[in-house]
Design a protein around this ligand. Structure first.
Ligand code: DQA
Length: 145
């Protein structure tokens, strides 16, 4: 089993970016923890981060060739990107949406997700644990399919 771990815009700045909201872990730290969990679960991961909507969409299109699902933090594109939503819908890969912060406790514009309706589920508010919980959920979902 192989999963695409897809990180959206500004997540490359984790560790320095608003640590009161997003924590002190870097994206590299999060990817390392995901890698450790993947060894425990016995699956393979492919990591990709981009600040560009088109590159995220291309990564989703390419994932269909060799991935069984997508773990996605769309970051700010969560709230705006019908194009990313349509890409997920087009490829039909199971997707779990994750966020470090609880988007529902923040500004009103963050309460809406364009992605949620095409995701298996959404996990938010647990910092880097959101990713680890998300990978477990995605793995179990695909295993039981
Ligand atoms: C985020 C929440 C988004 O609203 C925000 O734009 C981000 C990060 C999160 O992980 O908490 O960039 O997706």
């Amino acid at each position: 089993m192989k999963f695409l771990i897809l990180h959206g815009p500004n997540l490359n700045l984790l560790g320095k970016r608003e640590p009161g909201i997003y924590g002190s872990q870097t994206l590299e730290d999060i990817n390392i923890s995901l890698g450790e969990l993947s060894s425990e679960l016995g699956c393979e991961l492919l990591f990709f981060q981009s600040n560009s909507e088109g590159e995220l969409i291309n990564a989703i299109h390419n994932a269909v060739q060799d991935c069984n699902g997508v773990l996605l933090n769309p970051a700010a594109y969560t709230h705006t990107s019908i194009a990313i939503r349509d890409a997920l819908s087009a490829v039909g890969l199971p997707c779990v949406e994750v966020h470090l912060s609880n988007i529902h406790r923040r500004e009103l514009f963050r309460h809406t997700s364009m992605i949620a309706s095409v995701a298996i589920g959404q996990i938010c508010g647990f910092g880097s644990d959101s990713y680890l919980l998300g990978l477990r959920a995605l793995f179990n979902y695909v295993k039981n399919q």
